[in-house]
Design a protein around this ligand. Sequence first.
Ligand SMILES: N[C@@H](CCC(=O)N[C@@H](CS)C(=O)NCC(=O)O)C(=O)O
Length: 213
Amino acid sequence: MSKPEIIGSMRSTYTRVVRMVCEEKAIDHTMTDVLLGAPELAAIHPFGKMPVLRHGDVELFESKAIATYLDKVFPAPFVLPSDPKLLALTEQWVSLVNTLIDRTIIRTYLFAYIAPGTPDGSPNRATIEAVMPALREQVAVLDKAVARGHLVGDSFTLADINLMPLLHRLKIPPEGAAALASATHLSAYYDRHAHRPSFVRTEPPAGAPRRAA
Ligand SMILES: N[C@@H](CCC(=O)N[C@@H](CS)C(=O)NCC(=O)O)C(=O)O
């Protein structure tokens, strides 16, 4: 069968999650870097979002579904625990991050900088001020959750893979950097896992994140 092809953007956090899964599992794959609106995305994702995957006759959208497919189809190491309780906890953290924390940190806070919607393109201060209480609360929850070094059990799972790209973006603007710095466990967690080859090898291109974040 052909190599899996990930279609997305090197600047996209969700694309990075899937790329990290490939790196963790040493899956020989291709990365097709596209812009939002690309026909390659619309061909697979009903709303044109990224990432999408093509592997033989398999076409998939949704990063969690893609990550699960890759983990099941390719051999160890596995990013999803086999133990039912640890698997459920992994699902729990992926879901919380994707449904709530991503919306706060990326789609609201970071976007107030990169897609501010202000007349002069300056950061949207009203949005930033409004989101900071929720952002701090969610950072505090994550800080407590990673106190023992991982989100789930004692190994690096998809739950951690799914969080790391988001923390990378959180620490770019000043309020996010301050929130992360004041969360002792979360900062130590980020600094330690940022050295993993899967994270280093998927570093987005330098420069301000664009809307694909
Ligand atoms: N739940 C989706 C979210 C995908 C998503 O929102 N990706 C962003 C880039 S990181 C995107 O395509 N944004 C463009 C848009 O929402 O129109 C997943 O996990 O794959």
